[in-house]
Write a protein that binds this ligand. Structure first.
Ligand code: SPV
Ligand code: MN
Length: 627
């Protein structure tokens, strides 16, 4: 027999029951009652928007041992388990009612079977533990973009991370009242051993689209547990699809053009392809680095950052390459480091350009140089996916519109993947549809040594959103195409590629060249430069890049470099089109016809040029067109 909510009153901390009651939300109360019955926590804390409540979570994170204090004021460190260092795609499943089919790219299972399994794993899991009930708002508060969400978790680390990453939402539950849909998130780290989830072999992340709910268990890694991040993103993809707006795996940045001009861009990149470093480029301002909601407002395309902080990869953050993040991570302010090496209260990580200690504490416990795991593999001092969690307001380059309830007007959209041999470093699509279909829908990323499995394997990842897709792929593409109907001055779409190599395997572009590419895109959006039309898009003219390289990087940009970078590689482009056509033809039942047509047209253009000029065509050979 289910116990009523009121019968749990005695386990609520002082004031917590009243805080819940005063929201007067029957759907919320029913949800909490159901999970109190399943989870059986020993105490319950309801976090309102009050500062003392936020402080309580910070304090609990230290007391529980999930975080430890570091030397610098406000800095803490958290470790996830040895086998819990990344998003677990195989154990992340959509729970679908009997008659719904998603296709092979989405991991799904029968809804009822999934609920039964999950509720079995969650049964009594919080006995002896405290349950935190936290209210958040996805997107800025008081906005048409706002989505209220409630998180149930027994992890103070998860709760603390969410405080840094998301806007407080208790007030938003009050404002929006019971009529509004809210997202429901349930998490338990499960049984802990030495402070980390013990049963990671029974780790599960299940998404119940029908009930706007995500449950995860036996894991602590942020990507699996921070319900407001990639878990809510899946719910938002469904909600936005139903309501005619977009949820994207995108950064938002302000690119500062000539004079006072500020032009906002969004950009989609698969994990570990330079998304955060693009959002953080020197000289520009950051609105967000991971998730954006996009809406049409008064005939304009506007975007907000769903988050207010960064859960960023710390690898390769160093004073030369990322001076702004470095400054923030080495001075007093609130930061959670995860899965780095700690030695004498100082965190160290891969690529920090400091002398590495020979021992310390890391995600494998006590660590000493040369330590091997049970499979004989050497354990690096810091995990390649080690992270930092920090509020955007802590950064000197935070854009002033971060909290604007109307978001920022987007004039350019960027798609970028890890591609060693096909696409030029930067190009603009002919128009919105061409960009969505040939750049967004064909996005691929090569695996790196940092991910499991073989390096250099191309993974299809449309709009970098495949991992989070909660609707059929064809429908999602159609939504993107239709989204700009009624938008005056549609945003320009660009593709970038920071990873192009020559035949010898040497990178053709430098680490900082992306600063030039974004400036060129800003000029293109504002019709300030001419371009060369190629079969795949518009590319820069050498002289414009030469000026930009000089102005921005103080460097002489050589014409021979330009030629190498912007040579059209026809066989590789044709092979890519064929790979992608095959995926859509074989795996995606509802692919829009226009996708096949547009890719076939691109193929035809490439073949025509190839017949005239050969396999590799230098930019100067391609026709110059005036804008
Ligand atoms: C990503 O992997 O795309 C991230 C980190 O932004 S995670 O929270 O794991 O999704
Ligand atoms: Mn991401």
């Amino acid at each position: 027999m289910q116990k009523r909510l009121s019968s749990f009153k005695k386990i609520f901390k002082t004031g917590s029951f009243e805080a819940l009651e005063s929201l007067k939300n029957p759907e919320l109360n029913a949800f909490i009652e159901t999970y109190l019955n399943i989870l059986q926590p020993s105490s319950v804390f309801v976090r309102t928007d009050a500062n003392e409540d936020i402080d309580y979570i910070r304090k609990r994170a230290i007391e529980s041992g999930e975080e430890r204090r570091l030397n610098i004021e406000g800095h803490t460190c958290h470790f996830d388990g040895y086998h819990d260092q990344g998003r677990d795609k195989d154990s992340t499943r959509y729970l679908l009612p009997k008659n719904v089919v998603f296709g092979p790219h989405l991991n799904a299972m029968d809804r009822q079977a999934g609920l039964n399994e999950m509720h079995g794993l969650l049964k009594d899991v919080m006995q002896g533990k405290e349950l935190y009930i936290l209210f958040f708002c996805l997107g800025p508060t008081g906005s048409v973009f706002s989505i209220p969400a409630v998180q149930l978790t027994d992890s103070s680390y998860v709760a603390h991370s969410e405080d840094i990453l998301y806007r407080r939402g208790y007030g938003e539950f009050k404002r929006l009242g019971k009529s509004e849909t809210f997202f429901k998130l349930v998490h338990s780290a499960g049984v802990l051993e030495n402070g980390v989830s013990k049963d990671t072999d029974r780790r599960r992340i299940y998404i119940d689209l029908q009930d706007n709910k995500v449950m995860s268990v036996n894991t602590q890694y942020g990507g699996n547990t921070i319900g407001l991040k990639k878990l809510s993103m899946r719910l938002a993809i469904q909600k936005s699809s139903n309501e005619g707006w977009l949820t994207e795996h995108m950064l938002i940045m302000g690119v500062h053009g000539p004079g006072e001009r500020l032009t906002y861009f969004t950009g989609a990149f698969p994990s570990a392809c330079g998304k955060t470093s693009t959002a953080m480029l020197k000289g520009e301002t950051i609105v967000g680095d991971d998730i954006a909601y996009l809406r049409k407002i008064d005939g304009k395309l506007r975007a907000v950052n769903v988050e207010k902080g960064i859960f960023g990869i710390i690898r390769d953050v160093n004073p030369e390459d990322d001076p702004l993040i470095w400054e923030a991570l080495t001075s007093p302010r609130e930061v959670i480091f995860s899965n780095v090496l700690i030695k004498d209260g100082t965190p160290y990580w891969l690529g920090d350009k400091r002398e590495m200690p020979n021992d310390g504490m890391n995600y494998s416990g006590a660590w000493r140089k040369g330590k091997k795991d049970s499979e004989g593999k050497e354990i690096t001092h810091s995990h390649p996916n080690a992270r930092y969690t920090i509020g955007l307001k802590e950064l000197a380059n935070c854009d002033e519109k971060l909290e604007d309830p109307n978001g920022v007007e987007i004039k350019g959209v960027i798609y970028g993947g890890r591609d060693s041999d096909t696409s030029v470093p930067v190009q603009q699509a002919f128009d919105w549809d061409h960009g969505i279909l040939t750049m967004g829908s064909t996005l691929e990323s090569e695996t790196t040594a940092a991910t499991l499995g073989k390096a250099g394997v191309r993974k299809f990842n449309l709009m970098s959103n495949l991992d989070f897709m909660a609707i059929p792929l064809g429908k999602y593409i159609r939504n993107n195409l239709e989204f700009v109907k009624g938008v005056r001055n549609r945003p320009a779409i660009f593709s970038v590629n920071y990873f192009l190599k020559d035949k010898e395997g040497k990178y053709l572009t430098g680490m900082h060249d992306k600063r030039v590419w974004v400036k060129w895109m800003e000029l293109m959006v504002n019709d300030d430069v001419e371009y060369i039309k190629t079969p795949t898009g518009y590319i820069p003219i050498y002289n414009d890049l030469r000026t930009l390289f000089k102005d921005i990087l103080g460097r002489d940009y050589m014409e021979e470099d330009y030629i190498k970078q912007f040579t059209l590689r026809i066989p590789e482009n044709l092979a890519k089109i064929d790979r992608i056509l095959k995926i859509y033809a074989n795996d995606v039942a509802d692919t829009p016809k226009v996708l096949f047509e547009t890719l076939e047209e691109q193929k035809k253009r490439l073949i025509e040029v190839k017949e005239k000029y050969g396999d590799y065509v230098e930019p100067l050979v391609l026709e110059k067109v005036s804008s």
